[in-house]
Ligand binder design. Sequence first.
Ligand code: AMP
Ligand code: ZN
Length: 116
Amino acid sequence: MDCIFCKIGEGSIPSKKVFENERILAFHDINPAAPVHVLIIPKKHIASLNDAEDGDWGTFGEIAGVAQKLARELGVADSGYRLVNNCGKDGGQEVFHIHFHLLGGAKLGPLFSRGS
Ligand code: AMP
Ligand code: ZN
């Protein structure tokens, strides 16, 4: 399968890893949108949240735990951070292997713009 994040998971494309176990990998985003910008992915190819199945929910809970640990290690736990998943076209998803953005290290802009 021609999936860039599967290749990062296999190690055939390099990444700056910050966490890895049998199920999960976390690495620095190549084009950071904040001083701390890490992507947390399951190694299993799941295209988006729409494609997750019943056996996958435990992995997403584990990803939340990895995010908590990395936020501490990367020094943003106290200042605050966001854990973001973009799903599909309107959600702004560009890479169709599910991933969670851990963003912090600066005051982040408003997540929503509400027109008046
Ligand atoms: P999304 O728009 O939610 O699909 O986010 C995709 C993210 O993947 C973007 O923030 C990209 O900068 C990031 N990205 C794409 N290719 C790589 C790569 N080879 N290594 C690290 N991050 C990447
Ligand atoms: Zn993949």
